[in-house]
Design a protein around this ligand. Structure first.
Ligand SMILES: [Zn+2]
Ligand SMILES: [Zn+2]
Length: 349
């Protein structure tokens, strides 16, 4: 089969590799029908994730059709249409029993396209298939479901839920890429009074408006703290969400929060950020971090099946699987191309 293979920082190729086979009896082999590229894949290609080694097939999001299953798999069978989640769960370790699947100790967690071969391929081996795949509801498109593989649960769990958004809150979202936009959707499920989106790119602020931001701020040209204070009687945001992964963005996110507020970090950070305890010690703030656990995946599948959420609006570009190198180019230059999520399918539609 063909797959997108990582060959060290800055190097990747769409090339012929061995087709995966069942190794453990809890495995499924899934034919990839739709797959996308994550910002995390760009971090890997920059060399920010050294655990990913030469020869690894990238990708941790897919929708596909089950080809074969091991003898121990009970809930999916060949021919089933499934979502392959970014998080794999053994289902039995302490963290899985506590719903913290992202921290799985039994061989799961974020492994696809990281510690084992991933989904940017014609076929993928999915360990612990019973607890790591989800049947796709009828009447929902592959590309909409694909957004549930990572960005929707990630922004909802690590942003909106960790940040404890409640009705009437003013929610600031720093960064309006796919994760920030998804955090806007997730926060809106809790009826905030205002969602404020911040980004350095005006094109992304336009996208934020389409995803439900009430106020947009470009911190390059506007005084973000003054605008947020103006919306909150001088206090600051009830919930402030970081969706970039840079020290500057994290520090801005913290400055935007009110006393007693919640600061939820979603961004993947490669460098230290300064925690200004000299300001914060007296402010009663709660700062949370996290990797997605994907316990909200069934919730999102029901929201999609009930037509309560339009996830396909994330998708700006379509490609065929054999155009993977072009897709990376377009996604990697999102500032110029306006790419949010790119979707690659077997037939390109
Ligand atoms: Zn991802
Ligand atoms: Zn586990």
């Amino acid at each position: 089969m063909k797959a997108l293979v990582f060959h060290g920082p800055g190097k990747k190729a769409w090339e012929e590799v061995a087709t995966p086979t069942i190794i453990d009896d809890t495995d499924a082999i899934v034919r990839v029908d739709a797959v996308t590229i994550c910002g995390t894949d760009l971090h890997i290609l920059k060399g920010d994730v050294p655990e990913v080694t030469d020869g690894r097939i990238l990708g941790h999001e897919a929708v596909g059709t089950v080809e074969s299953v091991g003898a121990g798999v009970k809930t999916v069978k060949p021919g089933d249409r499934v979502l392959v989640s970014c998080i794999t769960a053994c289902g039995a370790c302490r963290f899985c029993r506590e719903r913290r699947y992202g921290q799985c100790l039994g061989g799961g967690g974020w492994i696809l396209g990281h510690l084992i071969d991933g989904t940017q391929a014609e076929y993928v081996r999915v360990p612990f298939a019973d607890t790591s795949t989800y049947l796709v509801p009828a009447g929902v498109s592959d590309e909409a479901v694909l957004m549930v593989a990572d960005i929707l649960p990630t922004s909802y769990e690590v942003g909106a839920l960790n940040g404890q958004v409640t009705p009437g809150d003013v929610v600031a979202v720093v960064g309006a890429g796919p994760i920030g936009l998804s955090a806007i959707l997730g926060a809106r499920l809790y009826s905030p009074s205002h969602v404020v989106a911040l980004d350095l790119a005006d094109s992304r602020l336009d996208a934020a408006k389409q995803f439900g931001a009430d106020v947009t701020i470009n911190p390059k040209t506007e005084d973000a703290e003054a605008i947020v204070k103006g919306l909150t009687g001088g206090l600051g945001a009830d919930v402030s969400i970081e969706a970039v992964g840079t020290p500057e963005a994290f520090e801005l996110t913290v400055r935007l929060a009110r006393a007693g507020g919640h600061i939820a970090n979603i961004g993947v950070h490669g460098k230290p950020a300064t925690l200004h305890l000299e300001d914060l010690w007296i402010k009663d703030v709660t700062i949370t971090t996290g990797l997605v656990d994907t316990y909200s995946t069934p919730t999102f599948l029901r929201l999609l099946a009930g037509h309560q959420l339009d996830a396909s609006k994330f998708v700006t570009h379509h490609f065929r699987l054999d155009q993977f190198m072009d897709a990376y180019d377009v996604f990697g230059r999102a500032g110029e191309t306006g790419a949010l999520k790119v979707v690659l399918t077997r037939n390109g539609s």
